[in-house]
Design a protein around this ligand. Structure first.
Ligand code: ADP
Ligand code: MG
Length: 248
C-alpha cells in the first residue's frame, strides 16, 4: 500500500468578494479511509468540495492528486485523473434505466478527442466499469428499471454508481444520506463501507450517527476555517468543537 495520500490539499483559500468561504484548509485523503467533513450550514463544505473537484479554482493554495499538482485543472481533466464526486443536485437522466445511466457515466470517462474512435477496447472497458459500479452499488436487481421509478434511496445509490463508473480512486460525497429514512440510510452506510475498501473518500454529511460510524478521520469547519481535525474520539473530546458545533 502506498504511503502517500491520494489527494493532498494545501492551504486552500477561496474568497467570494470580501468573504473567505474557505480559508487555509489543509487536508489529506488516503486509500481505505473515510475522511468526514462536518460543520454548520455556510461553513464552506461544498466550496471545499468544489475546490477539490476543480469546479471552482482556489484564490490561493494547491491540490495534488496521486502526487501530481492539479491546481487549476478543469473538472473533466481532474475526473479523468481519478477523482469522482457526487453532486447534491442529481445528474440522473430519469427516463433512462438504471443500467443506461451507469453506462453513460462510464462512457464520459473517455476523452472527448477519442470518442469518435469507439474502439472495441474502450467500449469493453466502459462496459466493465459500468458492470462493476452496478454491482458495487448493489443495484443489480434494478438494472432494467427506469430511474424515475426508483425510490429516493435507490436514486442516491445510482448517483454513486454513476460516479464509480468513471473509475475514480478518490470519491467526494456531498451528503449522500440527505433525506433518507433509517433503512435507506443503513443501506447507504453499508455501501460506503464497501467503497472504502478500494477508495479514498471525503464524506460531507450532517447525519452524526453515520459520521461517527464511518469516519476514520474527522475535520470540523466553521466559517470557512478548520477548527478541529483528528480521529472522531479526538474531535468529540475537543472543547472548541463542543462549544462551537456539537452543542454538548
Ligand atoms: P456549506 O456547504 O458548508 O453549507 P458553502 O460552501 O455552500 O457552505 O458556503 C460557504 C459560504 O460561502 C457561505 O457563506 C455561502 O453563502 C458562500 N458562498 C458559496 N458559494 C458562493 C458563491 N458562488 N458566491 C458567493 N458566495 C458563495
Ligand atoms: Mg453544502
Amino acid at each position: 500500500m502506498s504511503t502517500e495520500a491520494l489527494l493532498s490539499a494545501r492551504k486552500l483559500t477561496k474568497r467570494f468578494g470580501g468573504l473567505a468561504a474557505v480559508q487555509d484548509v489543509t487536508l489529506d485523503l488516503w486509500r481505505e479511509r473515510i475522511h468526514a467533513v462536518i460543520g454548520p450550514n455556510g461553513a464552506g463544505k461544498s466550496t471545499l468540495t468544489n475546490l477539490l473537484s476543480g469546479d471552482i479554482a482556489p484564490s490561493t493554495g494547491t491540490v495534488a492528486l496521486g502526487g501530481r499538482d492539479v491546481t487549476g485543472w478543469s473538472p473533466e481533466r481532474i475526473s479523468r485523473a481519478g477523482l469522482g464526486r457526487s453532486y447534491q443536485k442529481t445528474n440522473i437522466f430519469l427516463p433512462f434505466t438504471v443500467w443506461e445511466n451507469i453506462r453513460l457515466a462510464a462512457q464520459s470517462r473517455t476523452p472527448h478527442a477519442l470518442r469518435w474512435l469507439t474502439l472495441a477496447d474502450s467500449v469493453g472497458a466502459a462496459n466493465e466499469r459500468a458492470e462493476r459500479a452496478l454491482e458495487l452499488a448493489g443495484l443489480q436487481h434494478r438494472r432494467g428499471h427506469v430511474a424515475a421509478a426508483s425510490s429516493h434511496g435507490e436514486q442516491r445509490q445510482l448517483e454513486i454508481a454513476m460516479t464509480l463508473a468513471t473509475g475514480p480512486q478518490v470519491l467526494l460525497l456531498d451528503e449522500p444520506l440527505a433525506g433518507m429514512g433509517t433503512a435507506e440510510a443503513e443501506r447507504m452506510v453499508q455501501l460506503l463501507l464497501r467503497l472504502k475498501k478500494e477508495h479514498a473518500i471525503m464524506l460531507v454529511e450532517h447525519d452524526m450517527d453515520a459520521v461517527f460510524t464511518l469516519a476514520d478521520h474527522l475535520t470540523v469547519m466553521v466559517n470557512g476555517q478548520v477548527i478541529a481535525s483528528g480521529t472522531p474520539a479526538q474531535v468529540r473530546a475537543d472543547a472548541n468543537v463542543q462549544s462551537a458545533y456539537l452543542g454538548e
